[in-house]
Every structure is written in C-alpha cells, then in structure tokens.
Design a protein around this ligand. Structure first.
Ligand code: NG1
Ligand code: ZN
Length: 584
C-alpha cells in the first residue's frame, strides 16, 4: 500500500494554508466551503486507512456544516458502529490535513502508527490475489449545501487513490448516514442499509407504541406539529416521515383513529430560502425567538406546537407562543428531562428499576433549573461534560440507560448491552405468554391491563424508536411525540416541568481564541490566569443569587463563546455583556 506510489496532488493544498493549522474538532473539519476541497481529498485517504485498520469494515463520511451558514461546509468520519471517529484518529486526521508533504506523512503513518494493520492488509492482499480482494469500504452522503457535490468529488478522488470502494448515498441527514454505516457493518441486524430500512425501523417502533395509546377528548395532547425544516435536508426527510406516519396503518391493526399531523415550513423550496438563514434549531435557540415564516394559524386562542430542526437534522428544539405571543422554548434540557422522567416510570412499572440504572448527561450550557430539577426533583444523576457530542456520548455509555442532550437540542439515548438484553429477554417471555391467550382476549387489552406487561411493552418499542448511533431529530421527534401522547400532555404542560432561568449566549472574536484554556467541564478558566477571578467577581456583583457565567473557545467557529444566566433577563444580559468586555 505504502509503495503504491499512486498518491497524486490533484487537490493541492493552497498556498495560504501552508503556514496554517486546522484541526479535526468536535464536528470534524468545518470552514468556508471554498477552502475545503483539498481537505476532503485528504479525508478520502484517511477514510481508507481507517477502514483498513478496521478489517475493511465500512467507514462513513458525512459532508455537512450542520447549523452553520450555507457557505460553510465540513466533513465528519463515522466509525464502523455508527459512532464518531475514535479520538486517536482525530490526531491522524489533523496530521494528514496539516502536512505540507502529504506523501511523506502518509508513509510515516503507515510505517509507524498503523504499521501492524497495513502489514496485515498487504499480507491478505497477497494471499487473496486470486480470490476476492478486500478493499477499504467507504460510504458517503451530504446535505443540501450547493458546495456538497463538488466536495464529494474531491473526497471520492482521495478514496480512489487508495483503491477504496465508495458507496454514495447522496442526500441524507447526518443521523441517517450513521444508521447506514451501522447496518452495513452488522449484517443488517440493526436494520436494512437503505432509506426504506431507516424509515421502516422508526415508523414500525412508532406505531407499536402509538397503537397502544388511548386518545380521548379530554386529553391535552396536540396532534398537530409544525416543523421548521431549516430549509435543509431535514425538510426533505420530514416529508417522507410525515407521509408514512399519516398513511401507514401498522400491521393492518385498526389504527386508534388519531394521527400525528406534521406541517412542514421552511422547506427550502421557496424563492429566497437559504439554509439555516433566520430559521432552524440553532437560530431559535441562540436568538430565543421563533424562526421566519412561522405559519399563520387561524385557530386564535389555541396554542400550537412547533419544532425546529438544524441543517443536517441531528438537532431539534420545540417551542410555542402563548396567547400574548410570548415565546417559550423547550430545548435539549426539556427534551432530556421529559424522556428520562418517562423512561424512569417505565422502568419502575416493568419492575426493572433496581436492575437498570439511568443517568442524564449535560454540558455547561444546560440551564441551571434543569440540573436542579434532575438532581433534586427527579433525584437522578446529572453528569456534566465538555461541549461536543463525543463527550456526552462517551459519558452516557457508562450507564445502563444514558440520556444525553446538549441544550441546543442534539442528543439521544443509549442503552448498554445489559439493559438491551434484559429488556429483550423479558419482552420475548411476554410474547411467548401472549401466544397462549384465551380466546376472546385481545392482545392489546392483555398488554394494557397489566402495569408490568404494559411498561415492558412500551419500553421495548420506545427503545427501538431511538437512533442510538447519534442524535437524530426525526427519531427524537417521534420519541417526544409518543411520550407527550402517552402522558396526554400539551406542550405548555411539558414546559411546566420546571421554569428555565433566563440565559444569554454571545460570541466574541479575539486574535487567538486558543489562549483561553478551561477545566471542570469548561465551566472554569485556567488561562489567562486572572480571567476566572475577574469573571467570579462579575458574577458576585451581578445582583442575582442564581447567576452563573462561563467562557470557552468554540470548537467550530473562530470565536470565544460567552454564556450567562441569572434571575432576570435584564441581569443576565448585563452580565453576559460585561463578561464579553472582559474577554475582549
Ligand atoms: P462550539 O462551536 O464548540 O460551541 C457547537 C455547539 C456544540 C456542538 C458543536 C457541533 C453550542 C454552544 N455549541 O460547538 O454544542 O453542537 O457546535 O455542531 O451550541
Ligand atoms: Zn447538526
């Protein structure tokens, strides 16, 4: 492999990058799309190396810049089980991209860090010469950005240099690509590796739960949901999901007559529509206001339920306006608390709470009220980790059930192998018993009439509705809707779980954001030395007992992020501004 000598420099590193370093950060490589083709080419090489070092299993490449502006783009690699690229490989990615002598760096990686794997690969090639030759297997997909297709071509050229076999899935959401990778590497046991398989898995689980719900006229659950597609890939996928949800009657079982109606807006198909522009989950969360083009709803006096996806459909936040048009946001913290509350009730109901533990993972951006609610009302463990999904994911893996969400709406639920097998075994026993039901007893009634049976049944199918590889707006949406429907809860009721402290997120541009070093899950600054003391002083003098503030360098933009929360919005905004001045 090393001596193949095929590496060419078609996608030359531009001069202006020769003295610059860029790093594979929390979201892979991400910047203005015009600077990226040579990066993509090199990532094609790296994806092949990663596949070779994973016995030629499929490695994914998602081309997206998520919630960032349409002009940006980026690239994330996906490991064989659908999770993010292993941490040690982030360093290889940065090395390969920052190298000013690509051939040399590639050679050095192959002859040192990756030596064992490359030798094994070369040996296998020799042995299999006459038979089927294993090649690096790569799958790629991209979001709707205009730059995505050209960047895919650059990636493809890189893959071809190392003889990789590339499947192009075209337009997918980030979580769909993660799903495909997992299916391909697990012999389809996770699902079929195509879009039908993805939707089939989600909707089957959804209908299995939905069909058990008794809807009555007094229930407060809103069956209409208005979805902001951020003018991106999520809009296309919501259209498919919405069609399936409103037309499929699962397994020919009579439906309960109630349908979840999704109404899409910001679908990206109207003149002037621009990805993430004045819309989408990040806009709504950071600006704390509704997106553009909120549908005019005729039913005055009735509260409507809204949600916004982000540009690659891995984030979701909910919101509503009250009769005075006051805006209420239900962010990742509200989503994780309602999910964890419900899962805990199901565990108790299924008599499994002593066998399966539960934890919620958050970051410093979690609203202080949510952490207080988790620890002091729910009495569940709340872990705090640094920003970036990989940190949340890894922490959540330490528990039987780990519910993790960033406040911005990115998150999912992970079940340990132990939790999975307990639930699956008990469920299998339940199904066995159901085969011997007396005549005249309906399966559905039999399940519903017993708390243990019911809780187990719901637990099993709710878990199957979760995309455990990564946060997935579509899967999260279905899980939230099922929980609200089961609880007969309106969005306003859900919001009452706890009251958010007013918060503010701002950004400051400084010469070198990396002079700021943090610790304690990014909640405190260690460098520059005097910054934390000054920040503490501002918090102390803020006039609010609840005040909290922190600063950290962004991993995806060239800015320092400032966060503050306090008793009132006025005090919060004042504190956030003062901290910005401190940083500047
Ligand atoms: P940075 O730019 O490091 O703050 C942002 C989000 C993260 C995560 C990444 C990846 C905030 C405050 N930060 O990271 O949570 O989603 O983008 O997209 O929302
Ligand atoms: Zn995203």
């Amino acid at each position: 492999l090393v001596n193949s000598n095929k590496v060419n420099e078609k996608y030359q590193k531009p001069e202006e990058f020769l003295n610059k370093t860029i790093s594979y950060g929390t979201a892979g490589f991400r910047t203005k799309a015009v600077y990226l083709d040579w990066v993509m080419y090199r990532m094609g090489l790296l994806a092949c190396l990663r596949s070779i070092c994973q016995k030629c299993q499929y490695i994914g490449c998602m081309i997206t810049a998520s919630h960032n502006p349409e002009e940006d783009n980026g690239c994330k690699l996906v490991d064989p089980l659908g999770d993010m690229l292993e941490e040690s490989w982030e360093a290889y990615a940065s090395r390969l991209v920052n190298s000013n002598n690509l051939q040399e760096t590639l050679k050095s990686l192959c002859e040192n860090e990756l030596k064992e794997w490359i030798e094994e690969y070369d040996r296998e090639q020799e042995v299999n010469k006459l038979g089927r030759i294993q090649k690096p297997n790569i799958v790629a997909a991209y979001d709707t950005r205009p730059s995505s297709v050209a960047l895919f071509e650059a990636f493809k050229t890189g893959v071809e240099v190392l003889d990789g076999v590339l499947i192009n899935y075209g337009l997918l959401s980030t979580p769909q690509l993660h799903y495909m990778v997992r299916c391909l590497n697990t012999n389809n046991s996770y699902g079929e590796p195509n879009e039908d398989g993805y939707f089939n898995k989600l909707t089957t689980a959804f209908f299995n739960v939905w069909s058990m719900i008794e809807f009555n006229n007094n229930g407060k659950y809103e069956t209409d949901l208005y979805v902001d597609g951020a003018n991106g890939i999520g809009a296309d996928k919501i259209k498919i999901l919405s069609r399936l949800i409103s037309t499929v009657s699962f397994n020919d079982k009579p439906s309960n007559g109630t349908i979840l109606n999704m109404h899409l807006f910001n679908d990206g198909k109207q003149p002037g529509d621009k990805l993430n522009h004045l819309c989408g989950a990040d806009f709504v969360k950071v600006q704390q206001k509704p997106p553009n083009n909120l549908p005019e709803l005729k039913d005055e006096g009735k509260i409507s339920k809204f949600c916004s996806l982000d540009g690659d459909a891995d984030r979701i936040v909910y919101y509503y306006l009250d009769n005075e048009k006051k805006f209420y946001l239900l962010d990742g913290d509200k989503i994780s608390t309602i999910i964890a509350t419900h899962l805990r009730e199901l565990l108790v109901g299924a008599e499994l709470s002593d066998k399966i533990n539960l934890c919620i993972v958050q970051t410093a951006y979690a609203n202080g009220s949510s952490t207080n609610f988790i620890e002091n009302v729910m009495k569940v463990k709340a872990s705090c980790v640094p920003t970036g999904v990989k940190h949340l994911h890894h922490e959540a893996q330490k528990f039987d059930i780990g519910v993790y969400f960033e406040a911005n709406g990115h998150g999912t639920i992970l079940l340990s192998e132990k939790a999975e097998s307990i639930i699956e075994e008990r469920y299998a026993e339940l199904m066995k018993k159901s085969e011997q039901l007396d005549e005249g007893i309906e399966f559905k009634d039999w399940i519903k009439n017993d708390k243990v049976r019911y809780s187990l049944y719901i637990l099993k199918h709710l878990k199957d509705c979760i995309n455990q590889t990564v946060g997935d707006a579509l899967s999260d949406l279905l899980v939230v809707e099922l929980i609200l429907a089961m609880r007969q809860m309106s969005i306003a009721d859900w919001n009452l779980l706890y009251t958010d402290l007013p918060s503010r997120q701002l950004k400051v541009t400084i010469k070198d954001r990396n002079v700021i070093k943090t610790y304690d899950a990014e909640r405190r600054v260690s460098q520059p030395a005097e910054l934390q003391d000054k920040l503490d002083e501002l918090v102390k003098l803020s006039g609010s007992k609840m005040a909290r503030s922190f600063v950290r360098p962004s991993g995806t933009e060239d800015v320092v992020r400032v966060y503050a929360e306090a008793d009132t919005q006025e005090l919060t905004d004042k504190l956030a501004k003062q901290v910005c001045q401190l940083v500047y």
